[in-house]
Design a protein around this ligand. Structure first.
Ligand SMILES: *Cc1c(COP(=O)(O)O)cnc(C)c1O
Length: 487
């Protein structure tokens, strides 16, 4: 039962018609259909009513209510999924959409999205075609694989490989590689989900060839190697390379062949979940450079899987590359249908892969590669341009702006120890504060500007700013903040 105070407050709530005739709300009718404005007014009034009943609202503030209606109406117009300016220096930023696409990929998406396409039509034979064909040949060219398949993401790829080849059979994996990648991708869980029987070997820091050898039985489906991605065990460590795992698998398969005496047998596979899946090793990777997809296949993996939107710099996808007879089996698995790519992603992936046919072009045009590879001198120039734009835009008594050397990250779980030298514009606050400004830059704007706070200053990393337009946007956002706190 509401108290008499609460009942009085409820009675003082404005009627919907009264809300709609308020100037603030009336102005919205020009931008939105009346029923949308009515719905926002109802929601806002309902929110206050709930507040009164739960005791969190002790007075009805009509101006605040009208402002709330306005915010709700504006939120209908503002896309939830929208562009942001990434000034964090984290290149493959998982929360910010990982890899921005190359212009050629964006163009390919636009073309295919707005019209009919050859998605499952082969113009050469005028017959039904396969959606897999658009990227398979390119992946094979670029990695040396016999065959390939692209699905929704790499988590899906791992799931599918395990379900097809290791369901109710054993997959041997090092304890040092039972990792959690983030977003609830945990190797033991994904194995359980695909009904693979996990056979852990070795210890957290060391796994030897003999550990794998001792674990292999006639029921072993695969040796699974998982890239540790976002973490490293350093010091007293040992892991086993693909070449050695290949030799173990070859010996086991020779035994199985002999035991089968001419009949079919399930071979022991070597499968690597590479995670980031670099096609090129860039100089900035330095000592942290890892085998490329082509190198892992050449070293003897039957299958390798990796993401499309990490170091590859394409759209979200999971790519599986390897032996033809295995990929053919995967294509027939019902999961291939459930996890298939849509035409827009396929268009973006095909265009991105095509850029890799010319390495120079890939480095120039794929934003992720360009940001990773850009010489620090060039980043410094951009940081200086950011600083100049800030100095122009912000009153001198409001902030102190400088250019500082910093460390950028590949991100996306790739190369966690690799320090990429970078440069940032540093904003020290003489008015307002870094925390307050950060809130405004992110929450207060149609295009959020995401920076980093360090020691009560905001760092705007120039490595991940995509173009001059973003430099100007960033400066304008700071100018607006200081205008606000200046008043
Ligand atoms: C990132 C990653 C995954 C998951 O890939 P998504 O494309 O994000 O689904 C799986 N395994 C490893 C080793 C990874 O690094």
């Amino acid at each position: 039962m509401p108290s008499s105070d609460q009942r009085a407050l409820l009675r003082s709530l404005p009627q919907i018609e009264e809300v709609l005739s308020h100037d603030t709300v009336k102005a919205l009718a020009e931008r939105l259909p009346r029923e949308r404005v009515v719905a926002c007014a109802r929601e806002a009034v309902d929110a206050v009513r709930t507040g009164i009943l739960t005791g969190t609202v002790a007075a009805v503030d009509k101006d605040a209510l009208m402002a709330d209606v306005r915010l709700r109406a504006l939120a209908l117009e503002r896309p939830s999924l929208r562009r942001v300016v990434n000034a964090t220096g984290v290149i493959v930023h998982t929360n910010l959409g990982r890899s921005p696409l190359a212009p050629a990929a964006v163009e390919a998406v636009a073309q295919v999205a707005a019209s009919y396409s050859t998605l499952e039509y082969d113009p050469a034979t005028q017959a039904r075609g396969s959606r897999h064909s658009h990227v398979e040949h390119l992946i094979c060219q670029l990695t040396g694989a016999e065959a390939a398949l692209a699905v929704n993401n790499n988590a899906a790829a791992v799931m599918m490989v395990l379900a097809e080849f290791a369901a109710e059979r054993e997959a041997v994996v090092s304890r040092g590689q039972l990792v959690e990648i983030g977003g609830s991708f945990r190797v033991p869980d994904i194995m359980a989900q695909s009904h693979a029987l996990m056979r852990e070997v070795g210890t957290t820091n060391k796994t030897h060839v003999a550990d794998y050898a001792a674990a292999i039985t006639p029921n072993t489906a695969m040796v699974l190697k998982v890239h540790p991605s976002n973490f490293r065990v350093v010091g007293f460590t040992e892991s086993v390379g693909v070449k050695e795992l290949r030799a173990l698998a070859d010996a086991e398969n020779a035994r199985r062949r002999e035991a089968a005496a001419g009949a079919d047998f399930e071979e022991l596979l070597v499968y690597e979940d590479q995670g980031s899946g670099a096609f090129l090793n860039l100089p900035c990777f330095g000592a942290y450079a890892e085998p490329t997809v082509a190198e892992s296949l050449a070293a003897g993996c039957d299958l390798v899987s990796f993401s499309g939107d990490k170091l590859l710099g394409g759209p979200q996808a999971g790519i599986i590359a390897g032996s033809k007879h295995l990929i053919e089996r995967l294509k027939k698995n019902p999961l291939a249908r459930a996890l298939r790519l849509d035409k827009m992603t396929l268009a973006a992936l095909e265009a991105t892969l095509r850029l890799y046919l010319d390495e120079e072009r890939a480095l120039r045009e794929i934003p992720t590669l360009r940001m990773l590879a850009e010489p620090v001198e060039d980043v410094q120039q951009r940081a200086e341009a950011v600083a100049c734009a800030l100095v122009d835009a912000v009153p001198a008594e409001a902030a102190r702006v400088s250019v500082v050397p910093e460390v950028a990250r590949a991100g996306g779980g790739a190369l966690p120890l690799c320090d990429i030298p970078t440069c940032a514009a540093r904003v020290e606050f003489l008015r307002g504060s870094a925390q307050d400004c950060e809130r405004y830059l992110v929450a207060g704007r149609d295009v959020p500007v995401v920076c980093r706070i360090k020691q009560d200053a905001i760092l705007c990393d120039a490595r991940t700013l995509l173009n001059e337009g973003e430099v100007a946007e960033l400066a304008a956002a700071f100018a607006e903040y200081f205008q606000m706190v200046g008043a």
